[in-house]
Write a protein that binds this ligand. Structure first.
Ligand SMILES: [Fe+2]
Length: 407
């Protein structure tokens, strides 16, 4: 779903003489993916290139790299991100939860807007946020994207941005991929338009609201994440949001989870019907992101609404529970719970959840959870997440989480 946009002023023909104002040649930049073959945007800077640093760059002590745990027994994990300390800003607050070779997941609970002269850039990965709590603006060179609870926010690798909070605190789940993140291509026709049977539609994508170019001199800091979690500070002598205009398919946007319109079935539906985003060529590599929104449960007279036990052998599965209504984990999860189910193990509903789910047949459920399945990429739990892990989560499947006796 590459919606090609034009904002501000751009020349009709790329890389031709074009002026920000009489006598000031606008400077073109291509912000692109997958070599020169993937989604890209062409940007027109007012009078200076984004390369024009005015002080030497230096590496900060801030270190966001996931730290490895000593070898652990094979087991599922339950990490409770709501128990993380609220601290810092959109970058410094990130706590790694799990990591693979291309996929990294963080939780961030923060209380500060980005400092007035400070901008953030991720040189490691494309970001997809899920907003658990908080409201504000993602401001970037492309314009402004408002966000609110329940939003996904996509931020392409290399975007220069800052976060301006309108709430006292913000709580994000942040998925980071070395590969671009897009809407699931199997919902799209050959022209890239969403099928009439897709759970997503283009008109519900919140594209950036363009703001006039900031043709300003000063000292502006950009913190770039690189090398898996190092952060380097660089200095520009001009405002980074200096675009006269841009055109293309690569830009930040928001998409609300309630705008993923679930597809129901008479009997239980497997996760691919719930897919919203993916990275790479899923299911051969990369990952799928699924939105578990409430929907009409199966209406077959003998449907079992709870999922089956599943041994999804080529996928590591992580799931972030926005609320506590998901039947298979009811009584166990809290808002912000994050479960990790390795592909080397089967997992199932907890305790008596399958039996209890028979009461839910034909009813509209109200759960909200975000699931990410990697394909052929194992994930490890980061040492930084150990303090929020539930002890003996592996044993919790053998007890009923709502207090009934298991025969
Ligand atoms: Fe699962």
């Amino acid at each position: 779903m590459s919606v090609i946009l034009t904002r501000g002023r751009v020349p009709r023909t790329p890389h031709t003489e074009f002026y920000s104002e009489p006598g000031i040649l606008a400077l073109e930049e291509i912000h692109g993916t997958c070599g020169f073959s993937g989604d890209y945007s062409r940007k027109y800077h007012y009078r200076k290139y984004p390369t024009q640093q005015v002080l030497p760059p230096h590496k900060l002590t801030l270190d966001l790299r996931p730290q490895p745990l000593p070898p652990q027994p094979l087991q599922p994990w339950h990490l409770r991100t709501g128990r993380l300390k609220v601290q810092g800003d959109v970058l410094s607050s990130r706590v790694p939860l799990v990591y693979g070779t291309s996929t990294f997941v963080y939780a961030a609970r923060f209380e500060r807007s980005s400092a007035a002269d400070l901008f953030v850039r991720n040189g490691d990965g494309h970001e997809l946020w899920f907003v658990q709590e908080g409201r504000g603006l993602l401001a970037s060179e492309y314009g402004v994207v408002p966000f609110r609870p329940g939003d996904y926010v996509a931020v392409p690798k290399g975007t220069t941005y800052r976060v301006e909070l309108e709430s006292e605190e913000c709580w994000l789940l942040i998925v980071e991929s070395r590969r671009p993140i897009s809407f699931a291509p199997h919902y799209l026709n050959a022209s890239g338009q969403a099928h009439l049977t897709a759970p997503v539609v283009e008109t519900e994508v919140q594209a950036p609201e363009f703001r006039p170019a900031r043709d300003e001199e000063g000292l502006f800091r950009i913190w770039t994440k690189h090398g898996g979690g190092f952060v380097t500070e660089m200095f520009l002598g001009h405002h980074p949001f200096d675009l006269v205009g841009w055109e293309g398919a690569l830009y930040p946007y928001a998409f609300h989870a309630e705008d993923h319109h679930p597809l129901a079935r008479e009997i239980h539906t497997a996760p691919p019907t719930r897919q919203t985003f993916q990275s790479g060529t899923a299911p051969r590599d990369g990952f799928a992101v699924c939105t578990f929104r409430g929907q009409i449960e199966g209406w077959h007279p003998r449907d079992v609404p709870a999922p089956y036990a599943h041994f999804n052998a080529d996928s590591d599965e992580v799931m972030f529970f926005s609320n506590t209504s998901y039947g298979a984990r009811k009584g166990l999860v809290e808002p912000g719970s994050f479960t990790v189910h390795p592909g080397a193990l089967p997992h199932s509903p907890h305790g008596l959840a399958a039996k209890r789910s028979l009461e839910e047949r034909r009813k509209l459920s109200d759960y909200l959870a975000v699931m990410l399945d990697t394909f052929f990429e194992p994930l490890s739990v980061a040492k930084q997440a150990l303090g929020i892990a539930e002890k003996d989560y592996a044993l919790s499947f053998n007890r009923d989480t709502q207090g009934l006796e298991i025969d």
